[in-house]
Design a protein around this ligand. Sequence first.
Ligand code: GLA
Length: 386
Amino acid sequence: MLKEITENFKNAYGVEPQVVAQAPGRIEFIGNHTDYNGGYTMGVAIDKVVMCAVAKRPDRKLCFTNLKAGEKVLVDMDDLSPRPRKYNWVNYPLGMFKFMCEAGMKPDCGLNMFDASSLPAGAGLSSSAAIELSSGFAFAELYGFKPDLKTVVRAGRKDENEFVGMPCGILDQGVSGFGKKDALVFIDCLKEEFSNYPLPHNCKFWLFNSTKKHALVDGLYAARHNECMDAAKILSNGGPERLLREFTSADLEAAKSKMPEASYKRAKHVIEENARVLKVRELLESGDIAGVGKQLNLSHESSRTLFENSCEELDFLVDTVTPMNGIFGARLSGGGFGGAVVALADSSFSQNDAEKVADIYEARFGKRPMIFTCASGDGAKVIKHI
Ligand code: GLA
């Protein structure tokens, strides 16, 4: 892939890139919609990445392109404001440029950039975090800025929140940054602490993407975010505003009558999901993978009934795959309202078995889900240095 992106960069700009960085996609393992509530979450970085190649140019312009876009977009580096919706793909690296400057990067001139991806499109593997982290690392290296990993991860989240306009938490960027081969990333989102836990031996993740995307998915994500913030505000009871992570089930029950039902249900999901993530961490440490699987199933049930971010297709995938041989558990993974289901399986679960799930799904919904399995991979890094 490095050879290919170097060639493509040369075709686009007539010179070799000076720096290439890469960042992986991620699978959300457990901890659904807990991140922006300051909670706990766990994910795994995969061995498919976005690569970002850059070189300096003499003027004060930033130029972006890739094979899919098929055109170059030129931006003045003294006007770092979001581009119109049609050029949304530019906003990810552009916002990173801005937030890396805010973190201390001092560009002495503009740059040319070319990005490429080995992540399957639309599979729910967070290609957005991968482009953020890979471009952030590429820019920093190009201008001789040496940020720590957390700085780049935080810039990625800021980019999504303030530039792209998605009120997400730090899960995707945290996993893409702190991922390690054969390990899970555990995140304490309130403290912004990241740690790795060994992946259970002989286990594999399977992703089944419903290929359904709710038309209002961005609006629905923001609506859930607001309901959680409303619940936290009521629980804070006029004091300094705290996030849902800081409250217990008992606090919630005591405030139930003061809250709209939707906020109560969202908060109940988040508080209980946080407990499940901690439980999964414990079960992983004691090697109880069957126990981990049960928590995955409970997480899905909670998304379905309390957070209400599942849908018929995801429920059907979970119900179909869960009873199959070799499966420990399954749940919706990511934002929800369509998208993907992740299943934790032992090595006896095969591609054939996955195809059976796809057949059953196709017979019911008239289209095949996207099946995806992969190995874990390392977090973001520079692979060609200046
Ligand atoms: C999306 C967001 C994450 C997280 C998940 C739900 O993937 O980008 O920040 O909120 O949804 O857990």
